[in-house]
Write a protein that binds this ligand. Structure first.
Ligand code: ZN
Length: 455
């Protein structure tokens, strides 16, 4: 055997096509820079440990805007600016209380008010409980059985779905609309099993939507262990009662901002490629996976281009959106301004699926646009990015769709995301430095390819 063949078989010589591609060389440089000198993990520490929870309208949310602006300015990007956004201002108030009362037993269970919920009366609510798995089952029970009761929605996320976002989508109607469906039949409260595929003691909050013309009843998430306990006790004693108390309220809208940084394009500066995440988080934790990770990865994309001395052809923007969690006002405002200013947004990439190990990108666009992006697959596969195809873009970039923007969602592995999502354990410690940086490198690599920087 020839020496070159032996070396090739040993993997010591890469194929000529791979080594000679300017794109592949540039992507290698991107990964080297981020994995050796990346700042995303340090920034995440600052945003989570230094700023902390940052729900729209909160003090934390103001601090986060200041932190993001200063951090971007310190990197010396071409332009850093704020966009004004009016956001809803909901506050949780005192920590909630919940107790199952069955015969002589009193069992406390962990709950958290759903975002946007009304409070209970000051003394709390005590009522019998009706457990259901879905809305048709609830409606079949009818007003006779439901009026005056607390409706307990207890349909778990489907464990057979390999992508946990699909399981989430199949269960989250209970959280979003459970209170309204229960109120239509005269219920006095709604308790919803947490959107969490695992069994633990963390209640997972999240937004609800009240329907118009229906009584507003208080609603809370119960931890998955709490839900199992309540369900088991109901089987033993259907006449048990449930007590819960929460003091949340909705205040007047507050002033907030999208935080934006950009590097000007050298050839077509009027055409934009956006990378982003949302700066707000739920109030129960530091918002590390959701979505501190996406924010610091977006800033890292710009930092890396600058560190490598790359001048992009298009203008590259990092956008940290306000208020994704309970209003989406930041994303809507961003798209409104883009339209008003006649900006051409070619591509928008959002990272809002956690800081986990990379898997690929989900694309929202025409068949031709999806196919065009799939031509990058061989360049991205060596970095573990195998899933390049149709998917969901991201909530904040969604409003750009009518402008013809191709929407791209960064897809990390989904298996552990909902263990942390909207719960008190979504903290800095839950994020792997390595995985976070690989995510930032994945996004930067795609930006480099979309821009044509390596050509
Ligand atoms: Zn999010």
């Amino acid at each position: 055997m020839k020496k070159s063949v032996v070396l090739a078989l040993l993997g010591l010589v890469a194929s000529p096509a791979f080594t000679q591609s300017p794109d592949s060389l540039l992507i290698r440089r991107v990964y080297n820079e981020i994995l050796s000198h990346g700042k995303s993990y340090d920034w995440l520490r600052q945003l989570t440990k230094g700023v902390g929870p940052r729900l729209a309208g909160s003090e934390g949310s103001k601090k986060a805007v200041d932190w993001a602006k200063k951090t971007m300015e310190a990197e010396g990007f071409d332009r850093v600016f704020l966009q004004d956004v009016k956001v809803p201002h909901w506050v949780r108030g005192a920590k909630e209380k919940a107790t199952i009362r069955s015969s002589s037993q009193k069992i406390d269970v962990p709950i958290a008010a759903l975002g946007g919920s009304v409070a209970t009366p000051a003394q709390g609510i005590t009522a019998g409980v009706i457990e259901v798995k879905n809305f048709p089952e609830l409606r079949a029970l009818g007003r006779d059985k439901v009026a005056g009761k607390i409706v307990f929605f207890n349909r778990p996320m489907d464990p057979t779905k390999l992508n946990t976002f699909e399981a989430y989508a199949g269960a989250v109607d209970q959280r979003a609309a459970g209170a309204t469906e229960a109120a239509k039949l005269g219920a006095v409260g709604a308790i919803v099993r947490s959107m969490n595929p695992s069994l633990d003691d963390f209640p997972h909050t999240g937004g609800l939507r009240y329907g118009t013309g229906v009584a507003l009843i208080p609603a809370a998430a119960i931890s998955t262990n709490g839900a199992e306990r309540l369900s088991a006790l109901l089987r033993q004693n259907p006449a048990l009662t449930f007590y819960f108390k929460q003091s949340c309220e909705t205040l007047d809208d507050a002033a907030s901002h999208n935080v934006v940084a950009e590097i000007k394009g050298s050839e077509t500066p009027e055409q934009l490629i956006v990378v982003g995440g949302h700066l707000d988080s739920w109030d129960l934790a530091e918002g590390a996976h959701d979505d501190g990770a996406g924010c610091v990865q977006a800033i890292e994309v710009l930092r890396t281009l600058k560190a490598l001395g790359i001048r992009p052809r298009h203008t590259i923007r990092a956008v940290l959106f306000a208020n994704e969690e309970n209003g989406l006002r930041g994303g809507v405002q961003y798209a409104d301004l883009a339209k008003k200013n006649g900006e051409i947004h070619r591509y928008a990439i959002e990272s809002d699926n956690g800081g986990f190990v990379p898997r690929g990108f989900g694309i929202v666009g025409t068949d031709a646009q999806v196919t065009a992006l799939q031509r990058f697959a061989p360049l991205l596969a060596p970095y573990g990015l195998y899933e390049i195809g149709r998917g969901s873009g991201g909530a904040d970039i969604g409003p750009l769709a009518p402008l013809g923007t191709v929407l791209i969602g960064y897809k990390p592995d989904s298996q552990r995301y909902f263990d942390y999502h909207h719960a008190a354990n979504d903290n800095f410690e839950a994020v792997s430095e390595r995985e976070l940086k690989l995510g930032a490198a994945s996004m930067t690599a795609l930006v480099v390819l979309l821009d044509g920087m390596g050509q």
